[in-house]
Design a protein around this ligand. Structure first.
Ligand code: 9MR
Length: 372
């Protein structure tokens, strides 16, 4: 047999053999694409290109992003006449390049806001009018810069106490209760098309949920846009239950869109009897609070899978109102839960492990929609 005839035969065999069609790879975003966005909070190293472990995970599994810190007042507006847009610009460009739903976090918050915001040049407390002007300038500058590019804003964060009353923040003390409505008004004026959220933690507490409903309803009744409520979702394997979370979602649906904005499931022993996400609360490191430094025991892995599954089943039941489920970080190593409320712990709150592998819980969640 001549060599060329042999090559011809070999080519014929290859061409005629049935081609295996590669199955499209399942990702979190693709598993839920018909229902809601799957988002992640990113840190600077994920959009400035340095986190080579995290970036491929973000691009593969997520179709919405939130900046974990770079849009907070102390980062983006550190001094009265100085804005620092460098990281925020990189964040927005990363989202655009990867065709993602981009969330801006956060315009008005009692935390991570420098003291000068509330003071004049002599260190005296500002008047209501002066603080409102400062707030308007901050919101207008930032929202206008990213108009039509940032798709949704956390306009006001954590303005409620756990009993549903308004938190005595500087914003509240100086401006009064309408600082919240004003923030939404300024954001709406700067980008009328952006989604605008009120965002808070521990909203599974019935009194707090009722407080959020009262708050948002009152603003909407004034003709000011509030797209809906952002449920942060900093949860633990010990709870809240899916049922508790579901009860609050049902209340919030009446007002518009519901977004799950900062989901994580802490697996470590609780440092306090009751825990939300108040970052001023801290506890000292003790060995019994940090039991899994060498890895998660199987029983804890399973408890976390069960909790996440329970929550996602609830989210799927209310997919008509929920537009996004965002986890607060990408890998377990990135999570704020390693540092709060006790610093130096090894927690496993997210869906990807410290090496960047999909955890079993991620696989279970990817399978969940097709089981419905
Ligand atoms: O995860 C964030 C952490 O890196 C910051 O140090 C902290 C203070 O700015 O904020 C954390 O994110 C919080 C979010 O902005 C609002 N809800 C609670 C989150 C966890 O504390």
């Amino acid at each position: 047999m001549s060599k060329s005839f042999f090559l011809f035969l070999a080519a014929l065999i290859v061409t005629c053999s049935p081609q295996e069609k590669p199955e499209t790879e399942q990702t979190l975003a693709s598993a839920y694409q018909d229902y809601f966005y799957i988002g992640a909070a990113l840190n600077t190293s994920q959009y400035n290109g340095t986190d080579q472990r995290g970036i491929p995970i973000v691009k593969k599994h997520f179709n919405s992003i939130t900046p974990e810190n770079d849009l907070k007042w102390d980062r983006i507006h550190p001094q009265p006449n100085r804005f620092n847009f460098e990281e925020a610009d990189q964040f927005v460009e990363f989202g655009e390049k990867n065709d993602m739903f981009i969330v801006g976090h956060v315009l008005v918050w009692h935390s991570q806001t420098p003291d000068w915001v509330f003071e004049d040049e002599n260190g005296e407390e500002l008047s209501r009018e002066a603080l409102l002007e400062r707030m308007e300038n901050h919101i207008t500058t930032i929202v206008t810069r990213y108009k039509g590019r940032v798709n949704g804003w956390d306009v006001v964060n954590e303005a409620l106490n756990d009993d549903g009353s308004l938190r005595e923040s500087k914003w509240y003390q100086i401006i009064g209760a309408d600082f919240i409505a004003k923030a939404f008004e300024f954001a709406q004026a700067a980008d009328p098309d952006a989604e605008l959220y009120y965002n808070d933690y521990s909203l599974f507490l019935p009194e707090k949920a009722d407080g959020a409903v009262r708050l948002v309803k009152e603003i909407q009744e004034q003709g000011i846009k509030v797209t809906g409520i952002g449920i942060q979702g900093h949860y633990m394997i010990g709870g809240p239950s899916g049922e508790e979370v579901e009860t609050s979602i049902k209340k919030f649906k009446e007002l518009g869109v519901v977004a799950i904005t900062e989901l994580d499931v802490d697996v470590l022993p609780a440092a306090f009897q009751f825990m939300g996400a108040d970052i001023s609360m801290r506890a000292d490191l003790r060995d019994e609070l940090n039991p899994y430094t060498e890895g998660m025991p199987d029983s804890i892995k399973q408890a976390q899978i069960d909790r996440y599954t329970e929550y996602f089943e609830v989210f799927m039941r209310h997919r008509d109102a929920i537009n996004r489920v965002t986890t607060w970080g990408v890998t377990d190593g990135d999570s704020w839960k390693n540092g709060w409320p006790v610093s130096g712990r090894t927690n496993y709150a997210l869906l990807f492990d410290r090496q960047g592998n999909e955890k079993e819980v991620a696989k279970v969640l990817m399978e969940l929609p097709s089981k419905k």
